[in-house]
Structure formats: structure tokens, C-alpha cells
Write a protein that binds this ligand. Sequence first.
Ligand SMILES: Nc1nc2c(c(=O)[nH]1)N[C@H]1C(S)=C(S)[C@@H](COP(=O)(O)O)O[C@H]1N2
Ligand SMILES: [Mo]
Length: 252
Amino acid sequence: MSPISRRKLLTGGVVAAAGVAGLAAADRMARRFGLIPPDGGGIYGPGETLTYAAQRVLGKHALAREFPRGMISKTPFMNEVAPHNDEFKRHEAMGFRDWTLTVDGMVAHPLTLSVPELRALATQSQITEVVCEEGWSYVAEWIGTPVEAVLREAGTLPQVRYIVYTAMEKDGWDSLDMADALHPQTLLTWGMNDGDLPVGFGGPLRMRVPRQLGYKSVKYVMRLTATDSMKGIGRGLGSVAAEGGYAWYSGI
Ligand SMILES: Nc1nc2c(c(=O)[nH]1)N[C@H]1C(S)=C(S)[C@@H](COP(=O)(O)O)O[C@H]1N2
Ligand SMILES: [Mo]
């Protein structure tokens, strides 16, 4: 059997095992076959593992829903204000001219890119929904540079498994596996609804991950770090959200 069909069979078994023998059995299988998310070890671990494993097997290439232009929300809900620290205020006063994205970790060519440099690398737009775990959502057009294009430029090493992204507030960070990092709808956005990305919505640079809940779409991003393990990064769970009890993988 080819490695791929073997993997399909085994991971299909993970989902089936959950129905027959419960989550603990599914968790044991997923663990054996490398389908464990970074937060898969805690009290809710077996459930997180099942969700993640099922999504990875069944929906790896699925696209988030895109909407017609007429459905763009007239009053999108802004959940957060800008980080009010002096460093951010200094950047804002200068029109974010010196804002850069650092790409480091397990890459052949570490990079520091300005927003115009990102823009020149590749540009794409999508009309997708931001869905907060608290129950509200809105539709907007997002314009940005695919993370895939940035990682191609930096040359991620073959053993890389996660891309960690960090906001200006150092306690604002999250991570994606390579399937989601390289997904065509995963963008580093610098534009919204035909204009620059407003500060309240994460400008000058925001991660957009439309296949997952809003909290994965971290605002004010300054760094991407390629790694083969989450060990030693925070508490090793993959994100601040996971450290606070939310799922690391929050597929919608
Ligand atoms: N840097 C940063 N990014 C963030 C947050 C935050 O507190 N800080 N909140 C997240 C959450 S929980 C949600 S639901 C969305 C809200 O995005 P919006 O303000 O565009 O509605 O942003 C996410 N990105
Ligand atoms: Mo949220």
C-alpha cells in the first residue's frame, strides 16, 4: 500500500474508532500516526486530537467560503483597539513606514520585509468572514500576501512543521501547521475593503486564517518563525489561546 493510502486508512480508523470505542482510543491511534496537535495532551486533548485529525484527513484542501462583494458588512465589528504602547504609537505617527515582518527560525534565507516589499512579492484578495468564538461575525474583503509566497522566498527547511506568528504585543502569538500555513487563503493582510488595513482591524499587518475562528487571525504581526516543534515556545501548546483553554486548531 502506498504511504498515502495507508495514512488515509489509518486516519479513517481514527475517526471510526471515536465512534466505536470512544475518544481515548482515537487519541491513541492519532498519537501513533502523527496527527496530534500541540495542545493534544491536556484534559480536552482527545477531543482536540479527533477534531484536528478528522479535519486533516477529510478537509485538508477545503476552501473557506468566499462571498459576493454585495455581502461585505456595512459595519464590520471591530473587537480590539490598537496596542497602546509607545512603540506602536511611534510606528503609527510615521505611517507605519518602518513596520517590518521578520521571517526566521528554520529557513534557508531569514528575511526582513516591509509592507511594500510584501505587496511586491505577491498580492491576493478574498471576501471572507471573521467568526469570533463569542458568537458574532462579519464579512470583509481582505487584501494581502499569501504566507506561502513569503515562506517560499525564505525557503523553509523540509523538517518544518509549524509556523509561529507573533504580534507586537509579545503575548499575542499563535501558530499554524504547514497545511494551513501554505493554504491558498492564508494571507498576511495589509488591505481591507479597497483601502489600507485600518489599525482597529489589525493594520498595518494582520494574519488572516479564514478556515479557523477569529482568534487565529492575529493583528499587528511582526514575526514569522519556522519550527519543527512547539516545545520550548511558551508552554508548548501552540498558542496563547491554547494556553488559555481554547483549541489550538479551531476549524470552521
Ligand atoms: N493582536 C491581536 N489580534 C487579535 C486579537 C487580539 O486581542 N490581539 N483578538 C482576536 C479575536 S478573539 C478575534 S475574534 C479577532 C477580531 O477581529 P476584528 O477586530 O477584526 O473583529 O481578532 C483576533 N486577533
Ligand atoms: Mo474572538
